[in-house]
Design a binder for this molecule. Structure first.
Ligand code: ZN
Length: 124
């Protein structure tokens, strides 16, 4: 469950943005290479958000694709599959770039969305 670690990094950021307000929805952009499972992420988020302003908030996950560059046929394409192969020739000899972001895209307080919240630290 690496999702918990990912959510953990978001908690402080979310708390800061909330500034005491109650959060009803959280929209996250997650790169395909994190290979998160919706359900797993929901659970992890619920655990981490417990006791914060985002407790009980609805999580809206947007998976962003990675770029797959094929070394065999030279094609570049986008994939939301973490174990990418070339969609044209199915070669596994590919270079995957991007798709590793984790961005808190927006928060919803009551009925209004708030934009632009930034990127939490990435543990590496
Ligand atoms: Zn190919």
């Amino acid at each position: 469950m690496h999702e918990i670690g990912m959510c953990d990094g978001l908690r402080d950021l979310i708390d800061q943005k909330a500034a005491g307000r109650r959060i009803t929805s959280v929209r996250l952009r997650v790169g395909a290479r994190h290979a998160v499972v919706n359900e797993g992420f929901d659970q992890a988020f619920a655990l981490v958000a417990d006791g914060t302003a985002a407790q009980g908030a609805v999580l809206d996950l947007v998976v962003t694709p990675a770029t797959v560059a094929c070394h065999v046929c030279g094609r570049k394409s986008e994939s939301t599959d973490a174990l990418a192969v070339c969609p044209r020739c199915h070669a596994a000899d590919v270079e995957v770039t991007g798709g590793d972001e984790l961005v808190l895209e927006s928060l919803r307080f009551g009925l209004s969305w708030e934009e632009g919240t930034g990127v939490p630290g990435r543990p590496r």
